[in-house]
Design a protein around this ligand. Structure first.
Ligand SMILES: [Zn+2]
Length: 258
């Protein structure tokens, strides 16, 4: 599976890049060719908060060539227990712009495009542009469905993550190989301020970053057709099979559960 363009048309890695990525290039199935593919890839990260922090920091350190990171919010002191892209000096600063500063320090080779914008059905195509995939690092269901509709329309992967308290969940939605978000979640769920331990987006965000890298490399088996649930209080993971819904308003009509 090749998410990053035509094969064999990548610029070779520089000696500095080979040294920087030496330990991951050693992984079987990753290799220099995979690293070149990562550098050629564009990933859209929706949200620069709790999940967006570890996702973007690890995708930057892994050498993804272009990260488009979108967040219209500003850093608040109550974000800082978990949103490790930001710090006290960035309070009041737009989170996408703050993210770009942090990510440039982690890996100056990565092209970080900061998008301080609101994600809507009208704006998403311009924001995600030519991204090979979308990583869902949002905290509200309505906008997650915007990402889902767009991902289904383009046939690209949506790496979904969500957290609450000391728990979380992740899945990779990639129709027609998998159900989509709308197959398993309602259009909206009312919620107010919910508790979050700082480690929860760390755990789930790193699983999302892992899935994104695997997809770009074509390495291993993506988390298709399952919701991986993490219960931090019990130190427990559970993998729950999920199915396409024939009634799904976004991808329905081809029900299948593999
Ligand atoms: Zn669906």
């Amino acid at each position: 599976m090749n998410f990053a363009g035509r094969k064999d048309d990548y610029m070779p890695l520089t000696p500095e890049e080979i040294e920087r990525y030496n330990r991951q290039i050693m992984i079987e199935g990753w290799d220099i060719a995979g690293q070149e593919r990562l550098r050629a890839a564009t990933v859209f990260i929706a949200g620069a908060g709790g999940l967006g922090s570890p996702v973007s920091m690890y995708l930057a350190s892994a050498g993804i060539g272009t990260l488009r990171i979108c967040d219209c919010g500003e850093t608040e002191i109550s974000n800082l227990n978990r949103q490790i892209l930001h710090d006290d000096a960035r309070i009041g600063m737009n989170k996408a712009l703050s993210a770009r500063q942090t990510l440039a320090r982690i890996n100056p080779n990565v092209n970080v495009i900061a998008l301080p914008e609101i994600i809507t059905d009208e704006s998403i195509a311009g924001l995600a542009s030519d991204a090979a995939m979308i990583v869902d690092c949002l905290d509200n269901l309505e906008t997650r469905h915007v990402l889902n509709r767009y991902a289904v329309s383009r046939g690209i992967a949506l790496v979904h993550g969500a957290i609450q308290g000391l728990s979380g969940q992740i899945s990779v939605f990639h129709t027609p190989h998998t159900p989509c978000l709308a197959c398993i979640l309602p259009p909206k769920i009312p919620h107010g301020l919910f508790p979050v331990a700082g480690v929860a987006p760390g755990v789930i965000g790193l699983l999302q970053a892992t899935e994104a890298i695997k997809l770009l490399l074509g390495l291993g088996s993506p988390l298709y057709g399952s919701l991986l649930m993490w219960d931090g209080a019990r130190a427990d993971f559970q993998k729950i099979p999920i199915c396409r819904s024939p009634e799904c308003p976004v991808c329905g009509g081809d029900a299948a559960c593999k």
